[in-house]
Ligand binder design. Structure first.
Ligand code: ZN
Length: 253
């Protein structure tokens, strides 16, 4: 097995944060080449800043999540200079905050899309119940690239993202039959658009040991089964997709 890259791993959150050193030490033994660490709130940004003092090579994504605004997007601009900053995220829209929040969420999302565009960085997008709005906003940023993380939407909505050249992020959810939409997407999306992620520690019923990275093996296996394809071949394509999208990612040997 080659090594998979976990494109969305919240090392800033408990219990991962307290065990960060051990988790990073255990990566290769667990078949994980590296993890991309997204931020979502002011606190998570502070914690990632502090992790990067000890682990300057840790691949970072800086962003304010729609449920954590008002954050401070201008604050992101200084952070982008940090070594191995590979993306802006996670950013997006979340309908669970209700229609009253739409305007402020969209403003903060656009601000961060602008920062990403100006710095030629990909974006990690979080979306709940606002896929058509996200797609509409992305059309205003024609050079934008990125991933719709933990994607759960209709085929029509997924096609909008694919037409915009976006990747789709799949995680442990696809291993559970109740996540029908995600499993359906996993079967038909073009292989060049697939990325793997855990969103650890924010998943429900996936085995997780506090001192180890999330196991993406079952995600790979399930995806290969759903697509009736060879896991090794799939793995190397997904790895290539990841390196292509995150072109600032500096992998240490
Ligand atoms: Zn996340």
């Amino acid at each position: 097995m080659d090594f998979l890259i976990d494109t969305h791993y919240h090392l800033t959150e408990p219990p991962c944060y307290q065990n960060a050193g051990q988790i990073l030490e255990n990566l290769s033994a667990c078949g994980i080449r590296t993890v991309i660490v997204p931020t979502f709130s002011r606190d998570s940004i502070l914690r990632l800043k502090s992790l990067k003092k000890t682990y300057p090579d840790l691949p970072a994504a800086w962003g304010i999540h729609p449920l954590f605004i008002p954050g401070s997007p201008p604050l992101l601009i200084n952070l982008i200079e940090t070594h191995n900053t590979v993306a802006i995220g996670e950013i997006g829209l979340d309908g669970r905050a209700g229609p009253k929040a739409d305007e402020s969420q969209e403003a903060v999302f656009r601000d961060q899309m602008k920062i990403a565009a100006e710095n030629n960085l990909p974006v990690l997008i979080h979306c709940v119940n606002r896929h058509d709005r996200i797609a509409a906003i992305l059309r205003d940023f024609p050079a934008a690239k990125g991933v719709i993380h933990r994607v759960s939407c209709s085929r029509r909505q997924a096609e909008q993202y694919l037409d915009l050249g976006f990747n789709l992020g799949f995680g442990p959810d696809i291993c559970e039959s109740r996540f029908r939409k995600m499993r359906d997407l996993a079967q038909w999306v073009p292989v060049e658009s697939i990325l793997f992620e855990s969103d650890a520690p924010f998943f429900s019923s996936y085995p997780m040991e506090p001192d180890r990275p999330a196991d993406l093996g079952p995600v790979l296996k399930t995806m290969a089964n759903l697509r009736k394809t060879d896991p090794e071949e799939l793995e190397s394509i997904v790895m290539q997709n990841t390196i292509t999208l995150f072109d600032r990612l500096e992998l240490t040997a």
